[in-house]
Design a protein around this ligand. Structure first.
Ligand code: SAH
Length: 232
């Protein structure tokens, strides 16, 4: 079973959306498990504080190293330990595939201005970012990461093939999709898709995926071009 442990001061936020659809069914089927660790349960003072004022001054509060370390030590094992953080490496589908192939993850959700730097080093936390914007806490980032991993676990997605062709799987964005009705508001589904010619369909999709990637994501396109250069 693929195991996720989430450390948070808001355990009620989980499983949240992961109780539904593919992820929810897969959890009921025992394909993956989710447990939350309430960081506050590891506080020791009378007020059960998890945060304190930043050393050196400035606004906001910082999550305490000692409390967070105790929470981590309660569940840490051989799984990757990730700290959701806007300073981290941006999360990619390549990383999701690797995480999904492993034993699971331990995810630390920050709050306030972030966490004491020392606990990141002392507990070997790897910082992972959802993107270049600031959330108010790591929980939504953790949910996104888990959703992306769980759908790749064996037996979760309906058609086994649907993971291989989608966006990013081959360094390309996905081709456009259509479904009935054939004609809608004077817009027809491209003829080739209803021609029944599988080779032509595949060629059309490939060309469209390349066109969309070139137009929308020159960064991905450049990566693909240099990969092709290396391989030729
Ligand atoms: N002061 C910090 C932001 C703290 S936001 C800074 O400027 O870098 C509070 C918490 O939300 C963070 O500790 C982190 O756990 C989470 N968070 C915010 N933005 C995120 C992002 N883009 N990706 C992942 N986690 C994020």
């Amino acid at each position: 079973m693929w195991r996720a442990s989430v450390l948070t001061i808001f355990p009620e936020m989980f499983p949240g959306p992961l109780a539904f659809s593919l992820a929810g069914k897969a959890r009921e089927a025992g394909i993956w498990s989710l447990d939350t660790v309430d960081i506050r349960a590891h506080a020791t003072d009378r007020h059960r504080s998890v945060d304190d004022t930043p050393a050196g001054g400035g606004p906001g509060m910082v999550m305490k190293a000692d409390v967070l370390a105790r929470a981590i030590d309660a569940v840490a094992d051989d799984r990757p330990r990730l700290l959701m953080s806007p300073r981290g490496a941006p999360l990619t589908q390549t990383r999701i595939v690797l995480l999904a192939a492993g034993p699971g993850v331990l995810l630390v959700c920050g709050r306030f201005e972030g966490v004491d730097e020392r606990v990141i080093a002392a507990r070997g936390l790897e910082e992972i970012s959802l993107g270049d914007y600031v959330l108010s806490g790591g929980e939504i980032a953790a949910l996104a990461l888990l959703d992306a991993c769980v759908r790749l676990l064996p037996g979760v997605m309906g058609a086994e093939a649907s993971g291989a062709e989608e966006s990013f799987a081959q360094g390309l964005l996905e081709y456009p999709q259509y479904t009935r009705p054939q004609l809608w508001e004077d817009r027809a589904i491209p003829d080739v898709l209803v021609s029944g010619d599988h080779a032509k369909v595949a060629a059309f999709r490939r060309a469209e995926a390349e066109r969309l990637t070139r137009e929308r994501r020159p960064d991905l396109w450049a990566k693909l071009a240099s990969k092709r250069e290396r391989e030729s």
